[in-house]
Write a protein that binds this ligand. Structure first.
Ligand code: MD3
Ligand code: FE
Length: 203
């Protein structure tokens, strides 16, 4: 079932199901090379969401700003390669959402434990915002907050569950968005956490 959230924004419920086992195995390999860590924002706040990346470009924040970099500052080596099943899933989901030919070079991996949240923000560190963003939810359910073009536009709420995929392109690509505080729970395969994979063409 394809649900339209806004112009250019669609929710593909359960789309990642056929990839589930392969995705979790590949995720373990990525985390063995570049583990999760809590990054610090330019304002000096430590994020409640833990992050890592795979692919040619990884998203970072530290005291000097927000940016993409090919090197993991924790390991001083390149981020792990994007697993083939990650790229294949991102491409298939983009196609299903009407964005043919998507070739992501960045996969940001976010880990939420109960109480973690992501405050409202825009994604604008990518070179060309004409490319779509594909997001894969795994583990505990979360409430996605989807605002408008202005920070104070009241966000609408969407439940994102295990194996749901959301695709953003076109008019809503620069809309404010965030994730509400994760509620406690236990997921069969992932335990007490939610993991989100966000695919982008950043460079
Ligand atoms: C809507 N992550 O990493 S993914 C992020 O669930 C981020 O971890 C959230 O926002 C998460 O930047 C939400 C979905 C997402 C990503 C980019 C968007 C939604 C978006 C860009 C525009 C509008
Ligand atoms: Fe975002």
């Amino acid at each position: 079932p394809v649900v339209t959230m806004a112009a250019g924004a669609v929710l593909l419920r359960g789309f990642a199901r056929p990839y589930e086992a392969e995705l979790l195995a590949a995720l373990r390999d990525v985390l063995a090379i570049s583990p999760f860590r809590h990054m610090t924002t330019p304002g000096g706040h430590v994020m409640s969401v833990a992050m890592t990346n795979c692919g040619a470009a990884g998203w970072l924040t530290d005291r000097s700003g927000y940016r993409y970099d090919g090197i993991d500052p924790k390991t001083a080596s390149p981020w792990p390669a994007m697993p083939d099943c990650f790229a294949a899933l991102a491409r298939a989901a983009a196609e299903a959402a009407g964005h043919g030919g998507f070739q992501p070079d960045a996969c940001l991996i976010n880990r939420y434990i109960p109480g973690a949240r992501l405050s409202l923000h825009q994604d604008r560190n990518e070179r060309d915002v004409a490319h779509p963003i594909i997001s894969v939810s795994l583990g505990l359910p979360a409430t996605f907050l989807f605002g408008g073009a202005r920070r104070y536009d009241r966000p609408r709420r969407f439940a994102l569950e295990h194996c749901d995929i959301a695709a953003w392109g076109g008019p809503s690509r620069l809309h404010f968005h965030g994730v509400a505080e994760l509620k406690d729970g236990e997921h069969d395969m992932l335990g007490r956490q939610r993991i989100n994979l966000t695919f982008r063409k950043a460079l």
